[in-house]
Write a protein that binds this ligand. Structure first.
Ligand SMILES: C[S@@+](CC[C@H](N)C(=O)[O-])C[C@H]1O[C@@H](n2cnc3c(N)ncnc32)[C@H](O)[C@@H]1O
Length: 262
């Protein structure tokens, strides 16, 4: 558990710089631990495979964990989770350990593309898909040009090539600092062609409590392969009117919910 004052963005007092420095040190340690565990698990199957498997398992666990109506998509995802985790046998326990390190990194420093950093440090990006995740400072400059919605008003955000979600995270930071309650008021739609990016973005937006739909989709043709809703978005209908919805992979329904995609 991290003391409140250490969380970055909250240390607005005489110790602000000291606390921000401490947060950075803690985050560094958590990220290094994740990379160490990935390398340990990667001895036999390769580090990239482990990273992909871990991100997918974390995504499936988060998505299925808050699907209150056990429908067919949940069943399919449960089976997929068991197939992946089954490969790791006695080492499967290291997966939740990495989840804990990532959660801790978000706890101390919520406004970073932590998984993008792990990815770039371990593999240097995927040149075929133009994958080179944008540094946080650049994302923050871009976010500052978008404008923050009026306090108390609902709004939407569309990120058509989300990668690990760095641009969205920077925008959420801007909203948070301006006092805009993005967790309740901002509905996000993010897409990427690469399933790994979809999983990375989904995990990070879930940990930030954002209401997001993250699709594996070709943004140009709108051909959709998979769709995930973050816990906050999944539970939204239940929170509002006690009327939960099951997970769906019905592209037409998703597009109907997000009409600006048409
Ligand atoms: C340069 S990265 C930027 C990622 C993120 N926006 C950032 O700033 O860190 C471009 C992303 O576009 C994705 N991409 C490439 N072609 C795409 C397509 N046709 N539809 C959806 N995503 C695509 C890649 O997989 C990659 O993650």
């Amino acid at each position: 558990m991290v003391p409140d004052g250490i969380r970055q963005g909250r240390g607005h007092n005489a110790n602000g710089a000291f606390l921000a420095g401490m947060a950075m040190r803690i985050t560094e340690t958590e990220i290094k631990e994740i990379i160490k565990l990935l390398e340990r698990l990667g001895c036999s199957v390769g580090v990239e495979t482990v990273f992909r498997d871990w991100c997918e398992c974390f995504t499936l666990a988060l998505a299925n964990g808050c699907d209150l109506l056990h429908g067919p998509v949940r069943e399919r995802r449960e089976k997929r989770y068991l197939d992946i985790i089954g490969k790791y046998k006695k080492d499967a326990g290291l997966f939740p350990e990495m989840c804990a390190h990532l959660t801790n990194a978000f706890e101390v420093d919520p406004w970073q593309d932590h998984l993008g950093r792990v990815y770039m440090e371990c593999f240097g990006g995927n040149k075929n898909l133009g994958q080179c995740f944008t540094p946080q400072g650049v994302c923050e400059v871009c976010a500052s040009t978008v404008g923050i919605p009026e306090k108390g008003k609902t709004s939407t955000l569309y990120e058509p090539a989300c990668g690990g979600g760095a641009m969205v995270i920077a925008y959420l930071k801007a909203c948070h600092l301006a006092g805009y309650d993005y967790q309740r008021l901002l509905k996000i739609y993010a897409a990427d062609l690469d399933s790994l990016c979809v999983h990375m973005c989904f995990i990070q937006l879930s940990l930030l409590g954002a209401r997001a739909t993250v699709a594996q989709q070709n943004t140009i043709t709108l051909k959709t392969f998979d769709v995930f809703k973050t816990p906050m978005e999944m539970l939204w209908p239940a929170l509002l009117c006690g009327n939960p919805e099951p997970q769906t992979d019905d592209t037409a329904a998703i597009i109907k919910e997000n009409p600006w995609l048409e």
